[in-house]
Design a protein around this ligand. Structure first.
Ligand code: 9MR
Length: 628
């Protein structure tokens, strides 16, 4: 499990911030007020912070899906609800269902259900006791833009390449970060000094992890795997075309090269991960360096090209090495039709990484190594071994890897493969392997494939039950009821399992639980907050990020559309959360403040499952179009 380590990024003084913002690039034009301002004085849990007590998915509901909402109320008897169209015409009505005290918010709630309404339209609202919900759409094209926006997050956060205004617009354009021309020598020539080793490596490229500009193999691994899986899903799911992720469809500079754009994006990270392998002839050859980041934490804002800190490479770890083995193995099978030489290089890297991890199975990154970058310490690598073996087996069909995955103590253990709180995370990766074993054609015999599918379905049944039990429909029931750092990604990763179960069984109850999860993320929650920038009236737009730091310097942009906030975190591990959220109920431990990094950061491993789920839902919508 993850260990929470507190980090203390500073806010730079206004003058310094301004000079950083101006830098080599003209200051972004004064940002248009494209997001609603929030009330200045916000008291945790008070209704002024949470707006209307009537809660809905602020983006909308597909015509064919469940349409449910929540009202926070002291009333114990049913209340009357009214659904109105944009012009105020009553469209439907009924009475609410009392649901007692919701433990995630410690508030009394009632639920309402207007699933029977299937007329498409924009600007619908629900009113209860004179209180009106935020407006929403009923319609079947809700998630197409979310698919492209959530994927654009990755291009925006590329390291070592200029971010082109023709792809992202002038406000989001910036010079390349951490390349040769940076104030220091960038990531092309980073020193590695450890236990007698003293040499330099080119570890350029890849994506910045998050609000900080570190690059971590553990975390880059799950993120790129989920992007590749978003693509691979379209190859293995009957009736899904993959066109929406194809060449020319996404905002990437490689569009038009004959390769699906989502693979172009994944390759940007894969190339970096391959560079993170310890070269032949050096101690621990074949292992992967755990991470590269700044020597000391930089303040906010810091545009990547203006980072003055020297970069450091940290020692190899077993977990990083297995992340490399797993992703490089997946890379080998997906890139084969497009670039066989690159695919062969990926496979060779995956094999050497696997062998190195077997030789050094207990090299653990320290939980305390969090100066200048996150720790990503993990002492339990059975899940990484399972994942890497699964991917290597799927790609090669070889006996060694089959034995490793089927002989793993995790095999068949649903709790270990898909932890109840969160199915997948940077520190719990076995499920990535299990999902692929369940869906990617392979040399598994039918009984073995049926067994792994059964574990996916059993896990999905649990997440569906968690969703059904929650008034807010959230498929997330963490241990002790405490929400974790990045809880929104846990919600989404449980939705990935639900979506996979839907595709394996055709049972719409799994799909509906995914939709309920989206309801929660997009406003149907105890804070009436949409956690995705640009989606929904009350959306998060002050997430912790060193360039998208509009809250600190109005000349800088807000996070780009489609950026997911980490979300409620009971741990309150930053000064702003500690101050503003004391005593909060689990699902209310969130504040949209740039310095509340333990609740409001953005990162690749949170946007990756968002992109996976948005892509799945976009395809579900497309298929439902065809049925009409
Ligand atoms: O996602 C990570 C979470 O599980 C940990 O509890 C937390 C503290 O160690 O770190 C999170 O990861 C951060 C990383 O350390 C540095 N980059 C930003 C990541 C998201 O907040």
């Amino acid at each position: 499990m993850a260990i929470h380590v507190e980090r203390r990024p500073r806010v730079l003084g206004a003058a310094v911030a301004a000079s950083l913002a101006l830098g080599a690039l003209a200051a972004p034009a004064a940002a248009a007020a494209d997001h609603r301002a929030r009330p200045a004085a916000e008291k945790p849990g008070s209704t002024d912070r949470t707006g209307s007590p009537v809660r809905v998915n602020q983006v909308g509901y597909p015509t064919y899906g469940p349409k449910k909402g929540i009202v926070v109320t002291h009333a114990t008897r049913p209340l009357t609800w009214t659904l109105r169209t944009a012009d105020g015409t009553k469209r439907a009505g009924g009475v609410t269902t009392p649901a007692g005290i919701d433990p995630s918010s410690r508030r009394r709630v009632q639920t309402f259900d207007f699933s029977k309404v299937t007329d498409a339209g924009e600007g619908y609202t629900v009113t209860i006791g004179g209180k009106k919900s935020e407006p929403f759409t009923i319609g079947d094209h809700l998630y197409d833009t979310l698919r492209t926006d959530s994927l654009a997050y990755f291009y925006h956060n590329r390291s070592g390449i200029k971010i082109d205004k023709n792809l992202v617009g002038a406000r989001y354009a910036r010079p390349a970060g951490h390349d040769r021309s940076a104030p220091h020598r960038g990531d092309t020539d980073v020193p590695f000094r450890w236990h007698g080793s003293d040499y330099r490596r080119n570890v350029s490229g890849g994506w910045y992890d998050a609000g900080d500009q570190g690059k971590y193999v553990v975390n880059g691994g799950i993120s790129v795997a989920q992007l590749m899986s978003a693509y691979e899903r379209t190859r293995t799911t009957p009736g899904v075309s993959g066109d929406a992720l194809g060449d020319g469809k996404l905002r990437v500079p490689e569009r038009g090269n004959g390769v699906p754009d989502i693979l172009d994006e994944a390759r940007w990270e894969m190339d970096f991960l391959l560079r993170m392998q310890v070269p032949r002839g050096k101690p621990y050859a074949g292992m992967a360096f755990h991470k590269v980041h700044d020597k000391h934490w930089t303040g906010l804002p810091t545009r990547p090209d203006q980072d003055q800190q020297p970069r450091v490479l940290r020692p190899p770890s077993t977990a990083a090495t297995l992340n490399l083995a797993a992703t490089a193995a997946q890379c080998a099978r997906l890139f084969k039709p497009y670039d066989p030489r690159f695919a062969a290089r990926c496979l060779d890297t995956a094999r050497t990484a696997w062998a190195a991890a077997k030789k050094h199975p207990r090299m653990f990154a320290s939980d305390k190594d969090s100066t200048g970058g996150g720790a990503y310490g993990d002492r339990h690598v059975g899940d990484e071994f399972y994942w890497a073996a699964a991917e290597l087996f799927l790609t090669t069909g070889e006996h060694t890897y089959r034995t490793a995955v089927l002989g793993s103590p995790l095999n068949g253990d649903v709790d270990a493969l898909f932890p109840r709180g969160g199915a997948l995370s940077w520190s719990a990766t076995a499920g990535l392997g299990a999902l692929d074993l369940a869906t990617v054609p392979s040399k598994l015999d039918p009984a073995q494939r049926a067994a792994v599918r059964a574990t996916v379905i059993k896990a999905a049944d649990r997440y569906a039950a968690d969703s059904a039990k929650s008034a807010y429909g959230v498929p997330y029931a963490p241990k002790d009821g405490k929400y974790e750092w990045g809880s929104n990604s846990q919600v989404l990763n449980n939705m990935v399992v639900l979506a996979t179960a839907h595709e394996l069984t055709g049972k719409t109850r799994y799909r509906d639980a995914v939709l309920r999860g989206m309801d929660y993320l997009l406003g149907g929650n105890p804070l009436n907050q949409s956690y995705v920038t640009g989606y929904g009236e009350r959306n998060s737009h002050h997430q912790h990020h060193r360039f998208w730091a509009h809250q600190l310097d109005p000349r800088l942009p807000s996070p780009a559309r489609g950026s997911l906030a980490g979300g409620p975190n009971s741990g309150l591990q930053d000064p702003v959360a500690k101050k503003k959220l004391k005593g909060c109920a689990p699902a209310m431990c969130y504040v949209d403040d740039i310095m509340a990094f333990s609740t409001n950061e953005i990162t690749i491993n949170w946007n990756a499952p968002l992109a996976w789920v948005a892509s799945y839902l976009g395809d579900v919508e497309h298929m439902s179009d065809q049925r009409r």
